[in-house]
Design a protein around this ligand. Structure first.
Ligand SMILES: *Cc1c(COP(=O)(O)O)cnc(C)c1O
Ligand code: SF4
Length: 346
């Protein structure tokens, strides 16, 4: 469990009732989702009562193909009965994160960088999420709880980068982010800020002038790691939103998860890289699935991952091949899954 964090910051108001931009509306009902796509629950073995609730914004649904039961975007969010299967080796807390949680809301696993769990809230529920067994409900904001995390960073001058993660850190309001970034900027040895967020892909209009302005104004060298698994997620609305950040010199990277039935074909991965580059984003990591209970049907065997990596290397320039990695509890970095050099015969 990620368990302890200092109470969530307030989630952006437009995600909680009030007047919402139409595309920020969120669908929480499987029948409604399938109805809108002209599909039947039986054909997809959809689970009407999933343990991890369905949650998907309209802006993401808009990119799904009506009538396509194998749609790669739909597969990422639709609860299915396969999730109920207990599969040996797939557990609730595959990364044993509880032990890396030194102070509430802060994880310091790797040298030089710490990760802050800004909120447990997420605008979308990905079925393969390794945090699917954590509570995702948003609490009331508490700034005092964060003081301990900032003290921790202040006391350790080897920490030069702070990563905002979650849940989705961009689901909190601009005001909350501004406060958080201000606290981080006040620590002189921190030079870099990194944001890990799926929102730029899922609800691109979250990247409004307010957010872009506050990132642009920071003294910290800032990067944004988005999360897209399939090229069809990256439509023009995403490209436009990201161009605002690029203009401000913010470095854009992508992390994806290798998912059976979604992106485990070389054509799809190559197209994802090409599309990312076309919109100014470099592929960073391709994560092998964390072995979380309920997600076994998305797992791709290591041997197949290695073959995919070799195939990508022969097709794309090196900078468009993401690093294939796996998280291993206690390892000092993400662990690379390396293409075999033996088979090239040199
Ligand atoms: C993934 C992760 C990071 C970031 O790792 P990079 O290799 O720098 O991208 C940092 N801290 C924690 C706890 C992580 O899980
Ligand atoms: S966006 Fe990330 S944190 Fe949120 S549900 Fe998906 S994988 Fe989990």
């Amino acid at each position: 469990m990620i368990a302890r964090r200092p109470a969530d910051l307030q989630v952006e108001s437009s995600h909680q009732g009030g007047t919402k931009h139409p595309l920020r509306r969120v669908c929480r009902d499987g029948d409604e989702l399938l109805g809108r796509l002209g599909l039947a629950a039986e054909d997809l073995a959809a689970d009407p009562f999933p343990a991890f609730a369905l949650r998907v914004p309209d802006a993401f649904i808009a990119r799904m193909r009506p009538g396509d039961a194998a749609d790669p975007l739909l597969r990422q969010v639709l609860p299915t009965l396969a999730e109920r299967l207990a599969v040996p080796g797939f557990v609730d807390d595959p990364l044993a994160e509880a032990s890396a949680n030194r102070v509430p809301g802060l994880m310091h696993k790797f040298a030089g960088r710490v990760l802050l769990i800004v909120t447990g809230h997420c605008p979308i529920h990905c079925r393969y999420c390794f945090r699917r067994h954590f509570a995702h409900a948003a609490n009331r904001p508490s700034r005092e709880g964060w003081a301990q995390a900032f003290d921790y960073i202040r006391r350790d001058d080897s920490v030069t980068e702070v990563i905002l993660s979650g849940g989705d850190p961009l689901s909190v309001s601009d005001r909350q982010l501004q406060w958080l970034i201000g606290q981080i900027e006040a620590i002189p040895h921190v030079r870099r800020l990194r944001i890990h967020s799926r929102l730029p892909v899922v609800v691109p209009d979250r990247l409004g002038p307010g957010l872009v302005g506050l990132l642009a104004a920071s003294r910290l060298q800032t990067s944004l790691v988005i999360h897209a698994n399939h090229p069809r997620e990256l439509d023009d609305s995403v490209a436009e939103a990201l161009s605002l950040l690029r203009r401000e010199g913010i470095v854009l990277l992508n992390q994806a998860v290798l998912l059976a039935g979604v992106n485990d074909r070389v054509e799809v991965l190559a197209e994802l890289s090409e599309r990312l580059f076309a919109i100014g984003v470099l592929p960073y990591y391709l994560h092998l699935l964390d072995r979380v209970a309920g997600a076994a049907h998305f797992a791709v065997p290591d041997e197949r991952a290695i073959l995919l990596q070799q195939a990508l290397l022969t097709r794309l320039p090196g900078y468009l091949v993401p690093r294939f990695v796996r998280e291993i509890a206690q390892a000092p970095s993400k662990v690379p899954i390396l293409a075999s050099t033996a088979s090239t015969g040199r």
